[in-house]
Design a protein around this ligand. Structure first.
Ligand SMILES: Cc1cc2nc3c(=O)[nH]c(=O)nc-3n(C[C@H](O)[C@H](O)[C@H](O)COP(=O)(O)OP(=O)(O)OC[C@H]3O[C@@H](n4cnc5c(N)ncnc54)[C@H](O)[C@@H]3O)c2cc1C
Ligand SMILES: NC(=O)c1ccc[n+]([C@@H]2O[C@H](COP(=O)([O-])OP(=O)(O)OC[C@H]3O[C@@H](n4cnc5c(N)ncnc54)[C@H](OP(=O)(O)O)[C@@H]3O)[C@@H](O)[C@H]2O)c1
Length: 521
């Protein structure tokens, strides 16, 4: 369908996308200027997810000409369709359910009724409404950003200056590869049985209400989905090869934070096996159990009708074999600090390259490629260090060094922490942040933990960590503050004007800021 020059409202996009997804294989949506077939684009972006859409927008903002192609009938990619956005919906449900269970029968909370919290129902709510988000992406990209796009069609690279879509060829001076990654099922006998799901198939294929769950993995995906599943009342067991949150891809996880997370998962009833090796998914056609070797080397069997895989993803670099790009040992495309691959004029971004699979990296990598193509050749993007977060029933957020990393690097480390070290959390009604007041007053110990790590010699804050509620947004900005060239000191933190009296960071730093020789708090 040619949509160029035609105003399409948000509501119309929703109908078009609904229809396309219900009846796939329809004609693509073309939003191309009339000379598209003869034009030579500054860049063609293959994949219109986080990296492709932001890259193309950045190019257009700088006066360039970009074409974005996506196999889905919408822009925005996997984040709103099947990854971050459903995860946030499920994590919000997990938090609400957690309160409902913890306060069952108290105050205005009804008695907890396990039959009322349905994974299927919450999943269906997301699926019914997800195209609303997609329509905003299409509307904004077309009407406000002026993106040229072809949606609902596979792009095939003919050579580095030619891309074929739906039988037609389009020319470009540069190619930007933005096709992302997909889940990688581990090589375990029985893994293809019905009842084994990942973050994508739980949305598309789940057709029964699980009664028991085994989560394989101990990283973000495992904890986020496992916490949600447990919160619905479906007993969940984690089989984690490395310690929970100890996987190599996660950096700077502080031991106290990890301990709190693990303790809280257990408090909610989850069972955790660390150092566990899954050996077989049991059952005839459908899963009935998982056989695994525990950390002591003993084999065990857990009965379950549902296995959730949080075992990571693999870059979709295979489709570009003809370009002869250099790949690393994990199949990711190797790029330099400009996002340029080993082939000049070919760039790669987002989950296709190494580093964290996160939205900030995908979006900024796309922008970095676009800026370089537009002549800003000294513009680079370093994603080796970054703030991080995940959900359990809490928000877990952190930036900078963990305490043990700081102690290795600095000889004089001071820690400000709440609850303070040596104090039993169940005796301490702090931190009491927005969202944890109820826990702080009635269930001390469940209210969270905050921690700041300071190099006492320079007085600079070198790491900040938090488990609680409503904290991850502030960590975006705290990260910038503490990583300024001159750093951010405890004394500067003391000057911050807190809007919430209980935000622990400004007040606790202020209590210590006057001290000449800093001490732990
Ligand atoms: C469960 C889960 C939760 C997450 N939660 C968060 C979060 O809370 N915060 C966060 O920052 N990150 C989160 N992430 C990570 C984030 O989703 C990714 O890092 C981000 O979406 C990657 O963007 P991308 O542009 O590389 O790829 P994508 O957004 O996946 O885009 C790739 C696009 O390429 C298209 N495509 C592929 N091949 C072709 C082809 N040949 N022709 C045309 N189109 C093609 C696809 O249709 C897709 O639209 C989460 C990931 C997962 C799995
Ligand atoms: N921001 C967010 O909220 C968010 C949410 C989800 C994902 N993401 C991002 O997406 C990426 C993928 O995350 P992820 O949690 O899916 O994967 P991950 O970080 O790679 O963790 C994979 C987990 O699965 C385990 N595992 C892998 N293969 C296994 C096997 N064969 N047998 C048993 N266990 C196995 C790993 O154990 P080992 O440690 O022993 O290898 C690890 O615990 C990451 O970059 C992550 O940051 C972000």
């Amino acid at each position: 369908m040619d949509v160029y020059g035609r105003f399409i409202s948000l509501a119309e996009w929703k109908v078009l996308i609904d229809d396309w997804l219900a009846n796939p294989g329809q004609e693509p949506f073309y939003n191309l200027k009339p000379d598209a077939r003869e034009a030579v684009y500054d860049a063609i972006f293959i994949g219109g997810g986080a990296s492709g859409r932001f890259g193309a927008a950045a190019m257009i903002a700088r006066g360039g000409r970009a074409l974005v192609i996506d196999k889905w009938p919408f822009l925005g990619g996997s984040c709103p369709h099947e990854a971050c956005v459903p995860h946030h919906v499920f994590s919000e449900a997990a938090r609400e359910l957690d309160y409902a269970r913890e306060f069952s029968g108290e105050y205005w909370y009804p008695e907890w009724d396990v039959t009322k919290a349905s994974i299927l129902e919450i999943r269906d709510m997301f699926m019914k409404n997800r195209n609303t988000g997609h329509s905003i992406m299409n509307f904004q990209s077309k009407e406000q950003l002026g993106l040229e796009f072809i949606l609902g069609a596979w792009a095939t690279v003919v050579d580095k200056n030619t891309v074929e879509v739906d039988g037609a060829r389009y020319k470009c001076r540069n190619l930007v590869l933005c096709v992302g990654a997909r889940p990688t099922p581990p090589d375990i006998p029985g893994i293809t049985k019905k009842g084994v799901y990942d973050w994508a198939t739980i949305l598309e294929d789940l057709d029964y209400e699980p009664n028991r769950c085994v989560v394989i993995g101990g990283g973000k995906t495992a904890l986020e989905y496992g916490s949600f599943i447990q919160a619905t009342g479906c007993p969940t067991t984690y089989l984690s090869r490395s310690p929970i949150l100890g996987t190599k891809g996660l950096h700077h996880v502080d031991d106290d934070i990890r301990d709190f997370v693990v303790r809280m998962l257990k408090h909610r009833g989850s069972v955790i096996h660390e150092g566990a090796e899954p050996l077989e998914i049991l059952g005839e056609d459908k899963v009935t159990g998982v056989r695994f070797r525990d950390a002591d080397g003993n084999e065990q069997i857990i009965s379950t009708d549902f296995v959730f895989l949080g075992t990571g993803e693999r870059a979709l670099s295979g489709q570009f074999g003809s370009l002869g790009l250099e790949l690393n040992d994990r199949g990711q495309i190797v790029v330099d600090a400009h996002m340029e691959t080993s082939v000049k004029g070919v760039y790669a971004c987002g989950d296709l390259i190494d580093g964290p699979m996160e939205m900030f990296k995908a979006r900024k990598a796309g922008v970095c490629a676009a800026r370089n193509i537009m002549g800003e050749t000294d513009y680079t993007f370093d994603y080796s260090d970054f703030p991080d977060f995940l959900h359990t029933t809490y928000e877990v957020a952190w930036t900078g060094l963990s305490e043990s990393e700081a102690r290795e690097k600095y000889s004089n480390v001071v820690v400000i922490q709440m609850p303070p070290k040596g104090v039993a959390p169940q005796d301490c009604g702090l931190p009491a942040t927005d969202g944890s007041m109820f826990f702080a007053f009635t269930r001390p110990g469940l209210n969270g933990i905050i921690k700041s790590i300071i190099d006492a010699d320079s007085r600079k804050i070198v790491g900040m960590h938090s488990v609680g509620f409503g904290n991850k947004n502030s960590f975006q900005y705290l990260d910038v503050l503490i990583k300024q060239p001159n750093g951010f000191t405890i004394d500067q933190m003391a000057e911050v004007n807190e809007l919430f009296l209980n935000d622990g960071f400004p007040q606790l730093h202020r209590l210590r800021a006057g001290q000449k020789v800093l001490k732990d708090l």
